[in-house]
Design a protein around this ligand. Structure first.
Ligand SMILES: Nc1ncnc2c1ncn2[C@@H]1O[C@H](COP(=O)(O)OP(=O)(O)OP(=O)(O)O)[C@@H](O)[C@H]1O
Ligand SMILES: [Mg+2]
Length: 296
């Protein structure tokens, strides 16, 4: 079937000390151009593994990924990744971190002056023009994350892959970043796959939320279409019955624990008690949240 991005019956098995570990089983998804997809699921189920396969950083054991009908075999500038722990080069300034990527991608197609302007333009998009000369250790975590996003956007990727991009940020900065990302995506029409543990973030930003079952052998459990008009306003949506319905659907899915291999009893033992913040924390989240904590 023709589609923009085709995650085609992907399975992956890792060799481990205890024998082969089947992490993903038959993950199958078609993504349209300009679509905003969120991946949500319990810690350790395999979300980052899916993203890494799309990025070309990991090879599927079975199935594969096609972007515009071309098989993905290795990383490429058509798929930019934003990791949770921003991966800026510490010895380069904010400007140079972005410029390096711009030079790599546009060496042959843009002049030096154009590359300079393009670097500045993308840093302006994320409101970082005031700190071009600062080094990563001289700016805050939220600012580093913005530079990482500017760097990814500046590569004009066909697909933007984001692994919990705002997970380590305080809630005010996260709110601001979510709003900026919605604005940028509305303007640039990027195709986005974003992993998140935050239910509200998933509903606010996505066209579809892909909810993954628990591992091992994780797969897509349910897909939720978010049919809310854009631009979306978080304050207005807080009162919107449709928004709250979508939110409740995601929370329900996560609480039901789609355990492929566990018994019901095991399910009950592991079920979370409360949904204080409607988020599923990952093992390595920088800010452990009160409330819901789901083991992977
Ligand atoms: N290279 C590897 N070798 C062996 N096992 C791996 C490898 N990479 C990932 N895994 C295992 O695959 C499973 C899924 O890992 P992954 O990082 O994709 O989960 P995740 O859903 O992103 O979790 P989190 O929400 O905590 O980030 C885990 O059990 C992990 O230990
Ligand atoms: Mg992960």
């Amino acid at each position: 079937m023709n589609s923009y991005l085709n995650i085609d019956h992907v399975c992956i098995t890792f060799p481990t000390d205890k024998g082969p570990l089947n992490v993903l089983n038959d993950v199958d998804l078609r993504v349209d151009e300009s679509e905003f997809i969120s991946l949500i699921g319990h810690s350790g189920c395999g979300k980052s593994t899916v993203l890494n396969i799309v990025a070309g950083l990991l090879q599927a054991s079975e199935g594969g990924v096609l972007l515009e009908n071309k098989e993905v075999r290795e990383p490429g500038p058509d798929r930019a990744v934003v990791f949770q722990n921003h991966s800026l080069l510490p010895w380069l300034s904010v400007y140079d971190n972005v410029r390096l990527a711009v030079d790599q991608v546009f060496k042959r197609t843009k002049s030096k002056a154009e590359r300079d302007a393009w670097t500045r333009h993308n840093l302006e998009l994320v409101h970082m023009s005031h700190a071009l000369d600062r080094k990563p250790d001289e700016i805050s975590g939220g600012m580093k994350q913005r530079v990482g996003i500017a760097r990814a956007l500046a590569m004009e990727p066909k697909v933007l892959l984001m692994d919990e991009p705002f997970g380590a940020l305080d809630s005010l900065t996260r709110t601001h970043m979510q709003d900026s990302l919605m604005e940028i995506q509305a303007e640039l029409k990027n195709t986005v796959i974003m992993i998140t543990h935050d239910v509200d973030e998933a509903v606010l930003l996505s066209d579809r939320i892909i909810m993954m079952t628990n591992g091992p052998s994780a797969t897509i459990g349910e897909i939720l279409h978010i049919d809310l008009e854009r631009p979306r306003d978080r304050l207005a949506l807080a009162e919107d019955p449709a928004y709250n319905h979508y939110r409740a659907e995601v929370v329900r899915f996560l609480h039901e624990r789609h355990v492929g291999h566990g018994s019901k009893k095991q399910d009950e033992q592991q079920a979370p008690k409360a949904d204080a913040q409607a988020s599923v924390d990952s093992d390595d989240a920088a800010e452990p949240k009160a409330g819901l904590r789901l083991a992977g």
